[in-house]
Design a protein around this ligand. Sequence first.
Ligand code: PLP
Length: 427
Amino acid sequence: MANTANLFYKWGGGMKPDFPRIRSAHDEFLVTEDGRELVDAAAGAAVVNLGHSVEGVESVADAQLSELSYLSLSHFSHEAPEALAETLAAVSPGDLNAAFFVNSGSEANEMAFKLARAYHRETGNPHKSTIIGRWQSYHGATLGALSATGNTSRRSEYEPLLHGWPHVPPAYPYRWEYEGTPEEQAIAAAAELETTIKQEGPETVAAFIAEPVSGASIPAAHPHPAYFQEVRRICDEYDVLFIADEVMTGFGRTGTMFAMEHFDVVPDMMALGKGLSGGYAPISATMVRDEIADEFENGTGRSFSHGHTFGGNPLSAAIAAHVVDQYTDSVLQTGRKRGELLAAELEPLADNPIVGDFRQIGAMIGIEFVADRDTGEPFDPDLNVNGRVYDRALERGVYTYPGSGSVDGLKGDHLMLSPPLTISEPS
Ligand code: PLP
């Protein structure tokens, strides 16, 4: 498997990435420098949800560039981020009406953590600062986001730099050992959160963060709705804010605009990124419920000290506002249909002796490879099974996304397919 970490680029010699070099892209295709078309079945890490040819983006970008591309939102305001904030409030569930703009999914989560601590301080609970995450999760590469992340392979090298925040087991029905119906198992899994809050001391816990549907670690794993309903109840009981990390699942990926809609639960904060601009510009957002935002100078957020130089810049905001408008009901429906079609085409794989679990929700498919289907025992990591499947798919012209979860400390082998929602049907 190609090294998926970013590389240092040393122009003029030295290290040279051996990745295929891409010249251009259109629709659901990446075009290599030697003219080969690869199907972008990962949508570039679940970013390019509308494909590579979204109509109207160039003219929006040109118009914004010709007027103003950058503005410090610490001292000025501008129509583009204001309009984007309104659009996001309109499409977000419940009263997630306040938007705070940053540049990446990691930053959107960092922002949520700081806001959780600041909110509790404002409301007379200065000791509430611990963030509880889940094992097998990914919340970003920056140190706070990585501290909440439970993916051991992404954390391990940096452990000395991370906060000692606790983690609870993931919503991973395939590997759950709880007894009972799916609903009872979901409630038992959520109860681990309550146990951990009690162990930590509720007076110290600020927030719980979870991906509504797991992404990079155990792609497409998701629980019975009772899980998040119980999480909501527990968070309310212990005055713990619930942060839904919708960076990968937002904007139609799982068949609904936001994945939390499957569970009928409104989180206190929602981190957005990736599909927000469909890959056309770096921008992310943290959506915040009214009652939390209102604690900060009547919802203006002015008494909350946090900002990034490029956060909410007019160019990215104008592009994102245009992109978000494209996620119509009909596009979401197309995404659902394409996901179902793809799952139906791939269904025979579920019987393959090395496939332990085959998961699909909307246009997100996760395939988990195991050495033993009866016990779920993973492959020896040295065999690099998901890397080899990734390589073979790429050789055949399909770009997929290798998941990197682990099982009892061992590397797990997963592959994610998350094509553009608008990928064309086979002719
Ligand atoms: N949260 C989730 C659920 C993600 O999948 C990712 C990236 O894959 C991130 C956060 C981090 O986003 P970024 O890479 O934009 O910082």
